[in-house]
Design a protein around this ligand. Sequence first.
Ligand SMILES: Nc1ncnc2c1ncn2[C@@H]1O[C@H](COP(=O)(O)OP(=O)(O)O)[C@@H](O)[C@H]1O
Ligand SMILES: [Mg+2]
Length: 278
Amino acid sequence: MNKDYQTRFVAARRRLIADHFSHLNDMQRQAVLTTQGPLLLLAGAGSGKTTVLIHRIANLIQFGKASDSQEIPDYVSEEDVELLEGYLQNPTEGMQAYLSQLCALEPAAPWSIIAITFTNKAANEMKDRLANLLGSEAGDIWAMTFHSACCRILRREIERLDGYNSSFTIYDTSDSERVMKDVIKDMQLDEKSFPPRLFLNLISKAKDKQQDPAAFEREADGSGDYRMEKAATAYGEYQKRLREANALDFDDIILLTVQILQDFEDVRQYYQLSLIHI
Ligand SMILES: Nc1ncnc2c1ncn2[C@@H]1O[C@H](COP(=O)(O)OP(=O)(O)O)[C@@H](O)[C@H]1O
Ligand SMILES: [Mg+2]
C-alpha cells in the first residue's frame, strides 16, 4: 500500500472508531481514544468521568490501540481503504462487522484491564455500567476496589514472603481493635491513656510509609515520646499476633502487595504485562 493510502487508512480508521463514541463530548472522546501512556482526567462530580472510563475500556476491548496508532496490519489492502472511506460517507449495515474488525489493532483481553477505585459503592457502579455496555465480557475485567485487587494478587503471591500463607483471613476494623485491646492489656497499660484506636492510627500511618515495627521503633526511640515508644512495642506485638492468626488487616493488604511488586521483578513483570492500568 502506498503512502497516500496509508495516511488515508489511519485517518479513516480513527474516524470509524470516533463515530462509535459520537454521543460523548469532545474532551471525553479525546480521552476515550487515547490508549497509549498515562492519562489523567480531572473533572467535577457528575461531569462524566466514569462515563469516559467505561467507554475507554470498551474502546480497548473492541479496537485495542488502533485509535491513536499509526501501525497498519499487512492484510489491509487499498481496496479495504476505499471500502472504509465509502462506508464513512454512507454507512451500510452489512459492512459494519467486517470494517470494525479491520480497524481493530491488538484488542485487549477483558482480563488484562484493571479499573480500581476506593469504595465498594464506586466499584459496584463501575461493574454495573461495564456490564450494561459490554455484556458478559465485562465479568472478566478487574473492576474492583484497591483492596480487592491487592487481595487477589496476594492470594497468588503472598507465599513469596516469609511466614505468610495464601489462606490468610482478613481482619476488619473491629477485629483489629479487639487484637489491639488485648495487646494493650497484656502490656499492662491503661486503655484510657493508651486508646487502642490511637495506636491503630499510628500503626496505619507507619504502614502507609512502609515502616515495619523495627523502623517505627528506631524512630520512636529517638523521639523521646513515651507514647510513641509504647506504640512501637504495641505495633510489634500486634503484627506478631496477626501473623500467628494468619491474618492481614486492611493496610497489610496494600502494604504487602506493594512490597511484593517492589521486591519480585517477575511478579511485577507478570502483572505489568497482563494488566493495562487505567
Ligand atoms: N457527554 C454526555 N452527554 C450526556 N450525558 C452524559 C455525558 N457524559 C456523562 N453523562 C451522564 O451524566 C451522568 C454523570 O456521569 P458520570 O460519568 O457518572 O460522572 P462522574 O463519574 O464524573 O461523576 C450520567 O448519568 C451519565 O450517563
Ligand atoms: Mg464517577
